[in-house]
Ligand binder design. Structure first.
Ligand SMILES: Nc1ncnc2c1ncn2[C@@H]1O[C@H](COP(=O)(O)OP(=O)(O)O)[C@@H](O)[C@H]1O
Ligand SMILES: [Mg+2]
Length: 315
């Protein structure tokens, strides 16, 4: 069985021997799925870390099979699919947790939000999909929280005291300080998607959109919009696009603007740090311009800097 090169590379890089074993077993697992659900599998989509392919059942229904390495990340995706509000998230038809298999509704036509050109429309769609999927936190207490994201940034700070990629040690520390204050003052926690952006929002028919691929996260809704705000930016004028998206989202939903911008600063540093390749020093330049954009917007709206904000608060 021919597997996509990038997919093989990603899996082996992230999971080493365990990943190689999983790739070797994949043909058997695919046959198993075909037998169990009476499926005929088709060519997979463009893959990154999971095997995802459309399939047709014996009675002609179109579905999607998603297979990942069994373990915590897979479990969290499955838990999130079961716990999020079905209005905004792809429907789970069946699953096998031990084997890392999900049987999903096929989203049709499945065009990504990244293909919509009009920015106004993009933000409106994102707002309505978010509104649809957010669930009460009582639904699932075991999923990761924005505290865990803070802990990840704390680890990055500790391991990189002189800085990482585009960020100085002081930049990382400032973002961690904002993260800590935001988590301490967080209220109205919800069950969120956890990886909400243009490539995980698909068209589900006329004027209808739905999210796929949740990681599951407990936190404030404002936090979950940051990954969306950072994606699909133009090469020139990213600041204006983010400012307009922020306006539109706060109009569409009852968001706290101040918290949205502060989360924007904190999460965009973390998310950019994730992209740094320590061997080559390369990082995502579109992402790494975002902390400065959130900082400037905060200053414009509130008349003082994020450092002033931090100065008034104990770490
Ligand atoms: N339920 C679905 N319906 C239609 N297409 C899907 C569905 N799930 C995934 N896809 C397609 O497969 C791609 C990869 O799936 P995704 O769940 O995002 O995997 P990953 O976790 O590797 O990012 C998506 O970008 C999308 O094009
Ligand atoms: Mg995805």
């Amino acid at each position: 069985m021919e597997l996509q090169d990038k997919f093989v590379e990603n899996v082996v890089f992230s999971f080493q021997e365990q990943g190689e074993k999983w790739l070797n077993d994949l043909p058997h697992l695919l046959h198993y799925c075909e037998r169990k659900w009476g499926l005929s599998l088709k060519e997979p989509y463009t893959l990154s870390y999971n095997y995802v392919a459309p399939a047709v059942t014996r009675d002609g229904n179109e579905v999607v099979v998603k297979i990942g390495l069994p373990g915590q990340e897979f479990n969290q995706e499955l838990d999130a699919l079961q716990a999020l509000n079905p209005k905004g998230i792809v429907r789970l038809l069946d699953e096998e947790r031990e084997r890392g298999v999900l049987l999903l509704e096929k989203v049709e036509p499945g065009t990504m939000l990244s293909t919509v050109e009009k920015e106004e429309e993009v933000s409106q769609i994102a707002a309505s999909v978010m509104k649809g999927l957010v669930a009460p936190v009582e639904n699932k207490k075991g999923l990761p929280t924005t505290r865990d994201r803070e802990a990840e940034l704390a680890r990055i700070c500790e391991e990189n005291p002189t800085g990482l990629g585009p960020f100085s040690g002081a930049d990382l520390k400032r973002a961690l300080h904002v993260f800590a204050i935001m988590n301490t003052t967080a209220s109205n926690l919800k069950l969120l998607h956890g990886d909400f952006h243009h490539y995980n929002i698909l068209s589900n028919g006329r004027d209808s959109w739905i999210a796929i691929d949740p990681k599951g996260l407990i936190g404030e809704v404002e936090y979950d919009f940051i990954q969306f705000l950072m994606n699909g930016l133009p090469q020139e004028g990213a600041a204006d696009v983010i400012a307009n998206r922020v306006n539109r989202l706060t109009e569409e939903l009852d968001l706290n603007l101040k918290r949205l911008l502060l989360w924007g600063y904190a999460h965009s540093v973390l998310s950019s740090a994730w992209t740094v390749d320590v061997t080559t020093g390369k990082y995502d330049r579109s992402f790494s311009q975002c902390p400065a954009i959130f900082k400037d917007l905060y200053e414009r709206y509130y008349g003082h800097t994020i450092d002033d904000f931090l100065g008034k608060r104990a770490p």
